[in-house]
Design a protein. Structure first.
Ligand code: FEO
Length: 169
């Protein structure tokens, strides 16, 4: 059985993952509006991954005899200045999420909740990947922005990204 404080913090993270999905959907809509359909596709896939992350928390809370409590999702930003601006925010957002996961691990250790600590380790590794991937994409988009057709080439590359449930499980 999960403790009350742990249940509350796991529910907060469920919400934070939903917000990540909302943020990336807002970024997808920005790219749709600027006719970069490949970038929009990349962000839609990212949003799907975040929804699957929130469902991991949803399912885990239930498995531990806790109560899922859904809160309002914060309104994400609406507009960005450029693709570089978007991916700078993706990276800084993922660094923030890594901090949230680390805080949860700290709490699980404090509470001697080994099961939750174990559950969270998947997210510890996932955040390493998220930061790595966001850095790589930011670098690629920064380089691409230096030539006239660079962004269009990246756009066509991003059009082929597909959601793979396996990579988010
Ligand atoms: Fe849920 Fe982008 O990590």
């Amino acid at each position: 059985m999960v403790s009350q404080i742990m249940e509350k913090e796991l529910n907060k993270q469920l919400n934070a993952e939903m917000y990540s999905g909302y943020l990336y959907l807002a970024m997808a809509a920005y790219f749709e509006d600027t006719d970069l359909g490949g970038f929009a596709n990349w962000m839609r896939v990212q949003a799907q991954e975040e929804l699957s992350h929130s469902m991991r928390f949803y399912d885990y809370i239930i498995r531990r005899g806790g109560r899922v409590s859904l809160d309002a999702i914060e309104k994400p930003k609406f507009k960005w200045d450029s693709p570089i601006d978007v991916f700078k925010q993706v990276l800084s957002h993922e660094i923030t999420v890594s901090g949230l996961i680390n805080n949860l691990v700290d709490l699980a250790i404090e509470e001697k909740d080994h099961a939750t600590n174990n559950f969270l380790q998947w997210f510890v590794e996932e955040q390493v990947e998220e930061e790595e991937s966001a850095t790589a994409v930011l670098n690629k988009v920064t380089l691409a922005s230096e030539s006239s057709n660079g962004i269009l080439l990246v756009d066509s590359e991003f059009a082929s990204r597909v959601f793979s449930p396996d990579s988010s499980e």
